[in-house]
Design a protein around this ligand. Sequence first.
Ligand code: ATP
Length: 308
Amino acid sequence: MPALRVDELTKSYGQTLALDTLSFEVHEGEVFGFLGPNGAGKSTTINVVLDFIRPTAGRVEVLGLDAQAHSREIRSRTGVLPEGYQVYDRLTARQHLEFAIESKGSDDEPEALLERVGLTDAIDRKAGGYSKGMAQRLMLAMALVGEPDLLILDEPSTGLDPNGAREMREIVREENDRGATVFFSSHSMEQVEAVCDRVGILQDGQMVAVDSVEGLRDSIGGGTSLRVTVDRVDDDALQAVRSLPAVSNVAVENRDPPTITAQVDGSKTAVLAELEDHGVEVRDFSTTEASLEDVFQSYTTGAEVTAR
Ligand SMILES: Nc1ncnc2c1ncn2[C@@H]1O[C@H](COP(=O)(O)OP(=O)(O)OP(=O)(O)O)[C@@H](O)[C@H]1O
């Protein structure tokens, strides 16, 4: 049974088609990154999953239950970090947690949860004085209440500094190790790389790709950028490299010593061997993979990708 099944989901807001027959599944126990540029439909999808808005057409199942018919049970088994921070200014972190613990009927301790998100020092301060990052940490602690089977995190790294973002990733891993399925949305491919088993890329309300990070990289053919420092450049050798399968954009940088650059979609050894067979001495070489932002751009703008 998938943790989340979205089936031909369509949502229109008047003339705006926010979701267009969107279908995908999140497997039980996986960390799934839901990526897309602004306005792609990520929040709309999450809102339908949680039955905060009703779809125009299509169906969603969460933890095997119909999202509309069983929204109460689904919410009791799901931890949600909503987009933007929505803390109550007059309540302390402890009071926020007490409220969440009571409404979920859990026996968690506010102290333990706030320690996990690094808010122990501010436990009895009113949330009105919190920074954006502190409010985000508090919202995360609330999402963790009751060991949910499914965690839905909408842009979880918003407002977090690099340390906060790292801690967020650690918590995602811990929750996943405990057995929770994690579904989180982001604009940033870099954020999802470290923790996601699979990534879905949403564009204009449709899923344009679903795969592992590695699979996505391979699929765009961005391949690897190879730089080879040689003792001299030889036309025959260059011609031989250009004619290799899966090698493209071969160019020479006239430096001292000269450097040959190429895009390689597969093994780089063939390039090095071809140069050496032509009597060119390979002094050094380095490779760079297509960055994940390149992958994301390629899917969401159609731009051609070259590794940096
Ligand atoms: N309440 C609403 N009324 C009208 N249009 C809406 C409403 N909510 C969303 N939309 C539109 O639906 C589309 C999808 O928006 P959505 O907020 O789901 O995207 P998103 O991927 O979450 O974007 P972001 O990354 O900016 O949060 C956009 O064109 C948006 O303008």
